[in-house]
Design a protein around this ligand. Sequence first.
Ligand code: G3P
Ligand code: CA
Length: 261
Amino acid sequence: MNKSDVSRSGKPAVVAHRGASGELAEHTAAAYDLALSQGADGLECDVRLTADAELVCIHDRTIERTSDGVGVVSEMTLAQLRDHDFGSWHESGESASVLTLRDLLTLTLDWHRPVRLFIETKHPVRFGSLVETKLLEMLHEFGVASPPSADHSRAVVISFSAAGVWRVRRTAPMLPTILLGDTARIIGGTAATAVGATGVGPSIETLRLHPELVDRAAAAGRVTYAWTCDAQPDVQLCADLGVRWVATNYPARVRDWLVTV
Ligand code: G3P
Ligand code: CA
């Protein structure tokens, strides 16, 4: 296997969903560090724009659930977000500052083995094309916007937004993209074809009902990324079906389970 290919051949590769977020506060440097030390092949993060057009790794529209503050991410500046603690809400109790995409790219690319970063754009159409513009600028700056092939890319842009995926494909055609979702057009593959996505990303609930979509995607040259797989039978199903990437909140457990499949 080529050393730059971050997946292990034949089995799904493990993506740490929001970091090792089953153990530590999601989207914190500590949660990503833990996932890396547990051997994750990839890291997943959600990104949103702040009021001053910085990309930060926060899942929700507001900061109430994951910080000690209140407010809408897109109405706050990065400096305002930095005033809050994004770790102490979690039972692990470790305080943490807001994580920027820049922080996470640095952490990922500095790791001693190649790890892939799955960057999910949240509701990008609300901002015209500013999310994609800022994201691609940053990927260019880090030298990862034009990989030699999708298989050797260190970054993958994922989104529920077909328009968002299409804008990335148009501007950075070598960058792999995954269209997330559970609609009939995702299951049938027509949505991914329409926007040129290199992969499809159903939930594990959809995959249980429509296992045939993995073969259908493969026949069209697309990989499948399944989320969020925290139970052993689901991981086994993904392995049996030939799913390429499994996103989990517990990367250490999933890696252990995959040893025996
Ligand atoms: O990795 C895809 C998955 O994260 C999509 O759902 O709500 O966790 O962002 P959500
Ligand atoms: Ca996500």
